[in-house]
Every structure is written in structure tokens, then in C-alpha cells.
Design a protein around this ligand. Structure first.
Ligand code: ADE
Length: 231
């Protein structure tokens, strides 16, 4: 069973419409839809925005729905000049750009007393995600790299420069690292697949609404193909 998490209603509604729903359950203000997408058993849920919502959601998926792998879909801001609006970023790893225990001698992003700086995505899921992109959206650029997450919409070039220089991320969003952390703690495979809606700089708040819809459309196509590859 694959657990599919999107933060926003727009990110999950089309996927939800595409599944044969066998079961609908509420918990922690979230609605979990279990059924078959492209013939493959999935549970799809809107987590809400931000890392706490995402973490709660991921743990419920694991505890109550018995998912064996987790995919986070949605949109993100690009952190690299060669990653354009509409391109896809697949997580090689993910970390929290707003975790800071530098005062205790930890590198920025490192959660004190955890054994890893970043959470590495599963190689097989990455491979399936790449395959899905090549088939479903062959016109789009696909990049495999670091996703950096924080409870911040990044829309400022100095902030972007700080995040980029420190973490060398490919894109930024607000849930991926939390979901990957929960899956890591539970020893489950995971991957984040995001389409780019903006450049996470001073143009982000203008670009975001303009490109959000198209980016989500592409995300939906990718996830449908991804579950086919996986199933
Ligand atoms: N999601 C989409 N664009 C984003 C940005 N610029 N910052 C954080 N999350 C995002």
C-alpha cells in the first residue's frame, strides 16, 4: 500500500477523483481515502500545510493504514538557475532548512542527537519516479537532488541565497523533510516528487498563482504513472 500525501486540497483533489474509493476515514482533521489508483492500492490524504501537519499525517498513514512506502507530491520553489518553472524535482534527500542548533556545534539543518543530517530517499522509488516522469511528462526537465523544507514560503532573494549557499538544495517547500523524517524513523521507503511553481525569490508570490495550476496538473500525471510503475 502506497501512502500519497499532498499538502493542499488542489494537490490531492484530482488524485482523489481518480481513485475507486473503498474507504474514507477521518483523523486529526484529515480525511484519508483508501482505494485503487490505476489498479494499485493507495491511501491519499491532504495533510495541510507545514511540517507539523505533514508529520502527523505521515505517522497516521503508517499506524492506521499500514502503508509500506510514502510519496509526497506537490509543488515547490526552485533553488537553482537551471531548474525552471514546471520542471520536476525528485528528492535524493531532504532536510529542514529552518533547523538551527549551531550554538551547540551542530551544522545548520542537523537535528541534535539524530544520526543523520538529511533523510535519504529510497533508490527504487527514485527510479520509479524518474521513469514515471519520462513517460507521463516527457517534455519536462527532471532533476534528482536535495529538497529543503521549512515552515516558510520563500519569496525573497536573500533568503533564497542563504538557503542555497548553506544547503545546496534543488527546491524548497514546506513538508517534504518532515514526511521523510517520519518515514525514516519508521524505517519505511519514501520519496518526494515536486513540480516547480516559482523561483523562491522576489517574483515567487507573482509566479506562484500563475503556475500553480499547471504544476499541479503535471504532478497528478506523474503520480498516476508512478503508481503504475510501482504496481
Ligand atoms: N511551495 C511552492 N513554492 C514555494 C516556496 N517558494 N517556498 C516554500 N514553499 C513553496
Amino acid at each position: 500500500m502506497i501512502g500519497i500525501i499532498g499538502a493542499m486540497e488542489e494537490e490531492v483533489e484530482q488524485l482523489r477523483e481518480a481513485i475507486e474509493v473503498a474507504e474514507k476515514k477521518e483523523k486529526a482533521g484529515m480525511t484519508f481515502y483508501s482505494g485503487k489508483l490505476e489498479g494499485v492500492p493507495v491511501t491519499i490524504v491532504r495533510s495541510g500545510i507545514g511540517k507539523v501537519n505533514a508529520a502527523v499525517c505521515a505517522q497516521i498513514l503508517i499506524d492506521d493504514f499500514g502503508v509500506t512506502s510514502i510519496v509526497n507530491t506537490g509543488i515547490a520553489g526552485s533553488l537553482k538557475a537551471d531548474i525552471d518553472i514546471a520542471d520536476v524535482v525528485i528528492s535524493e534527500d531532504a532536510l529542514h532548512h529552518d533547523m538551527d542548533a549551531v550554538g551547540f556545534g551542530y551544522p545548520k539543518g542537523q537535528i541534535p542527537r539524530m544520526d543523520v543530517l538529511s533523510f535519504k530517499a529510497d533508490k527504487y522509488l527514485i527510479e520509479m519516479a524518474v521513469k514515471a516522469c519520462r513517460t507521463a511528462v516527457p517534455e519536462l526537465g527532471v532533476h534528482i537532488g536535495r529538497v529543503v523544507s521549512g515552515d516558510q514560503f520563500v519569496s525573497d532573494k536573500d533568503k533564497k541565497a542563504m538557503i542555497t549557499d548553506t544547503f545546496h538544495g534543488f527546491c524548497t517547500e514546506m513538508e517534504g523533510a518532515a514526511i521523510e523524517q517520519v518515514a525514516y524513523l519508521n524505517r519505511l521507503p519514501y520519496v518526494v516528487i515536486r513540480t516547480i511553481s516559482d523561483k523562491a525569490d522576489d517574483s515567487a508570490t507573482m509566479d506562484y498563482p500563475a503556475f500553480e495550476k499547471k504544476a499541479i496538473e503535471n504532478s497528478v500525471k506523474i503520480i498516476k504513472q508512478f503508481v503504475k510503475e510501482f504496481g
